[in-house]
Ligand binder design. Structure first.
Ligand code: GDP
Ligand code: MG
Length: 650
């Protein structure tokens, strides 16, 4: 059976969820169509989604149509969940891009379009809301023709637009005008076909239909349908088109096992559930699997096929399909099972903010930290840190909506109320220049650890490098291992208590003492040497940057340029087209954190901004913020030694 993993992507409110419900209903997979407005949509099964009417987690639902299995993946549309959208794209064989023919082409739609093009995901456009007053599919089609750089081929004919009684009819290759139009599209993309077409040879409709399928699956022809998800119009035509023309292109040609975990959810009785797409091989109940890169192993206890919040136990999942695996308690997002070389790189959106989680009552501190630790195991980007002495829980997030969802999730799954402090930007630091750090911990005896570290800065994004040049007889290799481990730990908090990045540390010299050295001494001495070294080098604060694409009506262009300068931004030559002004700018996150809100206010909601993390850059010295240090500072040498010694003895 042909299996197509079909993503439903769109700007918020274009009608993705409504369309998904209709696809399930009209294919017979469900007995009624759920409604977003009444909170009964099956694919919005998280309570927070139903209440807010937005889709947060990409959810899957399966249906069969004309002997083809379509796994529908309803992706989230909000920018805070861009990472979820990117994850979903990697597992798709095709996507339906839903555009409202009332609101028209939105910047967010164009960004999704670009992401689909970048990941070479074949796409079908569904121009939705034909029933609503103000629907203008004709002009929208014209706009698409101009903007998308790929000519759209209209597969349906719409009548009664702007009325609830609107209908669509699928155009057929047996009709001369559609045949000619389709043949001309195909001829423009395929030289061999062009020759045959020009020679006047008789071309059977099946041949053209086969070629259309190929070109659509390669993303060379862009099929367009019109309809109304709310009225259930155009839905069968969409099913027909997807089932007939899309092909599963991402599977391996051999039988080797290859699967990607693209989502983690949680089940009250089964615990963690890993949602996978298989590119090759098969996974069955009771199979033992190894998760990469962690190397953790686990046994699959159940293989489920989900339809929104419900599931059936299917026992086995094969290449090309998606399924949910129970029993893999160590699974994390992006884990690979089996071979990974078929999988393109995942581009991560980095969390840029730290917030403190505050329990509703003091006795809920530990339950809350436990809940967050579990969530962080599912999504490591949360990077939850619990400091029991300070009674503080820190969490990393990408934005405000993610915080709202986190709050709701903690309530829903764990029955805990939590508040979060105002987010602060996550800075980093790096050595300002080369330098050396030395410490001789030789008093009070018994102890002996001498460490000398050379530190030098590396270019942005280079990470951490370490090397050692001391012979074993001067400094036992096992102590040298201790030093390397201790340096890595010390990197977590630099002079400003932020993580130290982009540097090389070389163990230049050192010494143990065969009588006096206590086995743990190098763990104590190394952080002192490192911090002294960093003090000698000086430390430069780095701030996170974001690449923002801003689109506003032309009359706001001057204002936007002014804002960019004020936010310390740098930008490329702006583009003005059809009265809209668009510019791409590199902005410090700290200055542009709430620019989306400001821009919306300044432009009465007509301006749009979409952002992507763009690495770290040196921050002007007077503008950065130090972090609060966790634990004793090794530069406070006496206290550090006292604390470490008592910890070693305890
Ligand atoms: P999503 O955010 O893309 O998932 O969009 P939803 O499916 O939640 O729909 C957003 C709103 O548009 C809801 O109020 C829907 O009832 C409405 N809607 C969706 N499709 C149509 C349509 O074809 N016609 C009309 N009139 N309204 C629609
Ligand atoms: Mg939705």
């Amino acid at each position: 059976m042909k299996i197509i993993n079909l993503g439903i992507v769109a700007h918020v409110d274009a009608g993705k969820t409504t369309l998904t419900e209709q696809l399930l209903f009209q294919s017979g997979a469900t007995r009624s169509a759920g409604s977003v407005d009444q909170g009964t949509a099956r694919t919005d099964f998280m309570k927070v989604e139903r209440e807010r009417g937005i889709s947060v987690r990409a959810s899957a639902a399966a249906l069969d149509w004309n002997g083809v299995r379509l796994n529908l993946i309803d992706t989230p549309g909000h920018v805070d969940f861009a990472a979820e959208v990117e994850r979903s794209l990697r597992i798709l064989d095709g996507a339906v891009l839903v555009i409202s023919s009332v609101e028209g082409l939105q910047p967010q739609t164009e960004l999704l379009w670009e992401a689909l093009a970048q990941t070479a995901t074949p796409c079908i456009l569904f121009l939705n809301k034909a029933d609503r007053a103000g629907s203008a599919s004709g002009p929208l089609l014209e706009q698409l023709r101009k903007r998308l750089g790929r000519p759209p081929l209209l597969f349906t004919e719409l009548s009664g637009e702007e009325s609830r009684a609107c209908t669509v009819r699928a155009r057929s290759l047996s009709e001369p005008d559609f045949f000619t139009e389709a043949a001309e599209f195909a001829a423009g993309e395929d030289d061999a076909f062009l020759e045959r077409y020009l020679s006047g040879a008789e071309i059977p409709p099946q041949e053209l239909s086969g070629l259309l399928g190929e070109l659509i699956s390669k993303g060379r022809i862009l099929p367009v349908l019109t309809g109304s998800a709310a009225q259930g119009v155009g839905v069968r035509e969409l099913l027909d088109l997807a089932a007939a023309y899309l092909t599963p292109a991402k599977n391996r040609t051999d039988d080797q096992l290859s699967a990607l975990v693209y989502k983690i959810t949680h089940d009250k009785t089964m615990g963690r559930i890993a949602h996978v797409r298989l590119f090759g091989g098969a996974i069955r109940s009771r199979d033992g699997v190894t998760l990469q890169p962690s190397g953790e192993t686990g046994k699959v206890t159940q293989v489920r096929r989900y339809s929104g919040g419900r599931y059936t136990d299917i026992g086995e999942v094969r290449a090309g399909d998606v399924a949910a695996l129970c029993g893999l308690s160590a699974a994390r997002i992006y884990d690979v099972i089996g071979l990974s070389e078929n999988l393109a790189d995942v581009r991560l959106s980095a969390p840029l903010f730290r917030v403190q989680a505050i329990p509703a009552a003091p006795e809920e501190l530990y339950p809350l930290s436990g809940a967050l630790a579990e969530l962080s195991a599912e999504d490591p980007q949360l990077d939850v840190q619990f400091d029991p002495d300070a009674r503080e829980i820190d969490v990393s997030v990408t934005g405000k909506i993610q915080l709202e969802v986190l709050t709701a999730l903690i309530q829903e799954r764990y029955g805990l109320s939590a508040a979060f402090s105002t987010p602060t930007v996550i800075y980093k630091e790096t050595p300002a220049g080369p330098g050396n750090g030395f410490d001789a911990y030789t008093m009070p005896k018994p102890c002996w650890a001498v460490v000398s570290l050379d530190i030098e800065p590396l270019p942005r994004g280079a990470g951490f490098q370490y090397s050692a040049h001391v012979p074993n007889d001067k400094l036992f290799y096992r102590y040298q291992n201790h030093i390397e481990i201790a340096v890595k730990r010390a990197l977590k908090q630099g002079l400003f208590n932020w993580e130290v990045v982009d540097l090389r540390v070389t163990l230049a010299d050192g010494e143990h003492h065969t009588v006096h050295t206590h086995p743990m001494d190098f763990f104590l001495a190394t952080p002192i040497a490192f911090m002294k070294g960093l003090q000698n080098c000086g430390s430069t604060l780095l701030e996170p940057m974001q690449l923002s694409r801003i689109i506003v009506p032309e009359e706001y262009s001057g204002r936007v340029i002014g804002d960019l300068v004020e936010m310390r931004g740098s930008y490329d030559a702006p583009v003005i087209q059809d009265g809209s002004f668009s510019v791409e700018a590199l902005l410090p996150v700290s200055a542009s954190m709430d620019y989306g809100i400001r821009l919306a206010a300044q432009t009465s909601g007509r301006g749009l901004i979409s952002t992507r993390f763009a690495g770290y850059q040196a921050c002007p010295p007077d503008l950065g913020q130090p972090a609060r240090r966790h634990g004793v500072n090794p530069l406070d040498r006496d206290r550090w030694i006292l604390t470490m010694r008592s910890a070693m003895q305890g």
